[in-house]
Design a protein around this ligand. Structure first.
Ligand SMILES: Nc1nc2c(c(=O)[nH]1)N[C@H]1C(S)=C(S)[C@@H](COP(=O)(O)OP(=O)(O)OC[C@H]3O[C@@H](n4cnc5c(=O)[nH]c(N)nc54)[C@H](O)[C@@H]3O)O[C@H]1N2
Ligand SMILES: Nc1nc2c(c(=O)[nH]1)N[C@H]1C(S)=C(S)[C@@H](COP(=O)(O)OP(=O)(O)OC[C@H]3O[C@@H](n4cnc5c(=O)[nH]c(N)nc54)[C@H](O)[C@@H]3O)O[C@H]1N2
Ligand SMILES: [Mo]
Length: 676
């Protein structure tokens, strides 16, 4: 991102424009809809400029400013007291994707909490199910090189809304299509993306594993498998072939609610295109069987031999190829042995009445940064009950008074990406990016790293690592010695802004095998899964909230709710940016006419969407663009922008995925009724 600054009277710099870097081979000079409005957000009148102390009740939002010294002294004193009375594990850090920069997201903060001995946080809320599904199959969350995608002969966009959530892939999808590649979407909803595809399969949510198994059934049965690749580079092809015999097309049609003919067509086209590319993404792994679903899909390119070509294969992420020195950044060696880990997707449980469910001391102090769990975490009502606990000491580092900050005892103003140093990996390409500050901090805001540096000094942590500057930490991150990072230096990044990992271009990661699994092969049979008590062979796990798994629940709550990102927001970030919120409109719920009619729901009516966990109001949009039996509530609204103060996470559950302990946001049965 290139920032244009102008000198203001008084001499300071003001950012006046942000744009994509036209030289960047993947982002090609354009920003997504929301980051395009980054200045409106940076200079927003509500932007936090000073530390605040709560003066009203929790959740009420009445605060008074105080100095940094007073705020940090108070926090240090409170943390020391909690540690003294209940042990350090009574402190819980909570952070996720506000910034994904390594310095402002996982460096000084981690050192601080590791040295303190705080509870560890398992960061599962987004991607761990699919990540583990990839690890168990290809060994790591590394897939097809984005830049090669234009040469694919068939593109499957599987559980992803590319034009909204990953727009920089689109030019490459278009390039493939211009050369004749059909582009196929698999999604229960019509989206901006599916509307641009040649075919759209409206699959029943949570059944993608069955579709992949059915495709492999056809591929094996019709002699379309790449036996040579399987023999040389896969483990367990026989076990897989036996398994997919259990998934004939007719059975898969029943499970997925897709026509048998379409499944057969897809399998044949997929196998014959040399090569075919699958962009699988995180949407379809937010279900109970999400890990297995990704594993089944990740098995396809080995079976059809698509990894042979740089443009073939699967991409869930590219993150794991970025080999930064995490040990140096985060200092795992400072963690006291035996420290417990709390799963962030179950924050509601961790904050519930003292100690419930997590074992060990109750959480008495919560330090939130880069995250807004009061809006984004599942079972929001319970999360908020936890945040409202009088005996919980809560600190929130933020840009704004979010749904979470409303409950804070102290709110600390943090810098944005225009105001601090950072270095980034990517999860959609193979480039490292340096983040240089372009303006001074707005108000008295400080970088997360500096806040934890100052807190460390107050806690008496005197190891030299607590005095490292951000620039020093960037150098430490780059100096991993891994061959992917060779030649990527701070100086080079300063000069150029970004650098491709030291990889061939284009890169075909598994053309000659070289899988990062214990066997070095694509593990279609996984000993590691067997040892975890899971099926070692790809299989289908039905959604947890479904007619198969819980018929009585499905009878009471027959509709499957999907609450995916909005085009104009980034999770709960940007919801308070007026221009974007205007475009997003009010909270809506899309519902099929056949589901709307028996409920007396007309287009535009205010409805309530609910289950036993809670509910929220939205304006009904009656449309055939959602699958029958599925409803969609886009975006994670803030309480203050919704008429009832609620959002979709009132209905989502604490249940976890089969692998990686992930959240199951889209495995969620509800009922919908007119609001009044
Ligand atoms: N504009 C915008 N972009 C974003 C974000 C944002 O909030 N806004 N968030 C960012 C983040 S943190 C992430 S993790 C990514 C998420 O982006 P993606 O990985 O693309 O995931 P989702 O948007 O959750 O879901 C993508 C699609 O999957 C579909 N889906 C849901 N369940 C199923 C299923 O069972 N099977 C199939 N086949 N499809 C299903 C949904 O209908 C949706 O259209 O986007 C990133 N980009
Ligand atoms: N129902 C439902 N719930 C979901 C999802 C869904 O699809 N449906 N998606 C899930 C997914 S994929 C994800 S990744 C999570 C995301 O959940 P979060 O990680 O909580 O992401 P955001 O909602 O964007 O909130 C990030 C916060 O960090 C703040 N922030 C940004 N930069 C900085 C910084 O440098 N310093 C500090 N201190 N703060 C900063 C922002 O102001 C913002 O309030 O939500 C999950 N929740
Ligand atoms: Mo995410």
């Amino acid at each position: 991102m290139l920032v244009t600054v102008e000198r203001e009277t008084g001499g300071s710099w003001r950012a006046v424009d942000v744009r994509g870097d036209p030289d960047h081979p993947v982002t090609r000079g354009f920003l997504c809809a929301k980051v395009d409005r980054y200045l409106e957000r940076t200079y927003h009148p509500d932007r936090l400029a000073r530390p605040l102390r709560r003066v009203g009740a929790k959740g009420e939002g009445r605060f008074a400013p105080l100095s940094w010294d007073d705020a940090l002294d108070e926090i240090a004193a409170r943390l020391k007291r909690v540690v003294h009375e209940s042990g350090p594990q009574a402190v819980l850090p909570y952070s996720y994707a506000g910034t994904m920069g390594l310095i402002q997201g996982s460096s000084m903060d981690r050192r601080f909490f590791h040295r303190l001995g705080a509870s560890l946080l398992d960061r599962t809320i987004c991607s761990t199910a699919g990540g583990v599904g990839m690890q168990m199959t290809v060994g790591q969350n590394v897939g097809t090189d984005t830049e090669a995608v234009g040469d694919a002969k068939l593109v499957v966009l599987w559980g992803t809304n590319t034009l909204t959530s990953n727009p920089h892939l689109w030019p490459l999808v278009r390039a493939a299509r211009e050369q004749g590649a059909p582009v196929i979407a698999i999604d229960p909803l019509t989206t901006r993306t599916t509307a641009q595809c040649d075919r759209h399969f409206m699959i029943r949510p949570g059944t993608d594993a069955a579709l992949a198994l059915g495709m492999m059934h056809v591929i094996f049965a019709e002699g379309l498998a790449d036996r040579d690749y399987l023999e040389r580079h896969a483990l367990g092809a026989d076990a897989l072939e036996a398994r997919v015999r259990e998934y004939p097309v007719e059975r898969v049609a029943e499970i997925t609610e897709l026509p048998a003919g379409d499944i057969r067509w897809l399998a044949r086209e997929y196998a014959r295109a040399k090569p075919a590319f699958i962009r699988v993404n995180y949407g379809l792994q937010r279900h109970a069987g999400g890990g297995m679903a990704v594993r089944c899909i990740a098995s396809l390119p080995a079976v059809a031999g698509h990894w042979r070509h740089p443009a073939g294969g699967v991409q869930l992420s590219t993150s794991a190829a970025h080999k930064f020195d995490k040990a140096a950044l985060e200092r795992f060696d400072l963690i006291p042995p035996g420290t417990r880990t709390i799963n962030m997707s179950r924050l509601a449980e961790a904050l519930a009445e003292p100690g419930a469910g997590v074992g060990g001391p109750p959480v008495r102090a919560l330090v939130v940064y880069n995250s807004n769990p009061g809006a984004v975490a599942p079972d929001r009502a319970r999360v908020r009950r936890g945040l409202a606990r009088e005996d919980l000491f809560t600190v929130v580092l933020e840009h704004f008074v979010t749904d979470t900050a409303l409950f804070a005892d102290l709110v600390l103003p943090a810098t944005t990406q225009l105001e601090h140093w950072d270095v980034h990996l990517a999860y959609g390409h193979y480039y490292v990016t340096l983040n240089r500050p372009s303006i001074a901090a707005v108000g008295d805001a400080l970088p997360n790293s500096e806040i934890f540096r100052r807190l460390a000094a107050r806690m008496g942590f005197d190891e030299p690592c607590f005095r490292d500057s951000d620039k020093q930490m960037i150098r430490q991150a780059l100096a991993s010695g891994h061959r992917h990072m060779e030649g990527i230096t701070f100086e080079r990044l300063l000069e150029h802004g970004w650098a491709r990992l030291n990889l061939p271009s284009p890169w075909a990661p598994y053309a000659e095998g070289g899988f990062a699994t214990p066997s070095g092969k694509c593990e279609l049979y996984s000993e590691r899964l067997a040892s975890r008590g899971l099926d070692p062979v790809p299989t289908y796990t039905p959604p947890r909230e479904s007619r198969e798994e819980n018929p009585s629940l499905a009878a009471r709550y027959p509709l499957a709710l999907i609450s995916p990102p909005a085009h104009q927001f980034l999770n709960s970030t940007f919801v308070n940016v007026d221009s974007l919120r205007k475009k997003a409109g009010a909270p809506t719920l899309r519902i099929h006419p056949d589901d709307a009619a028996p409920r007396a729901i007309a287009d535009g009516l205010t409805v309530r969407c609910y289950n036993d966990r809670g509910g929220f109001r939205a304006r009904a949009v009656v449309t055939v663009e959602v699958k029958r039996g599925v409803v969609q509530a886009p975006s994670i609204w803030w309480g203050k922008f919704a008429s009832d103060g609620m959002n979709a996470n009132e209905t989502t559950s604490l249940a976890l995925t089969d692998m990686g302990g992930g959240a199951t946001f889209y495995d969620n049965l509800v009922e919908v009724a007119p609001a009044d």
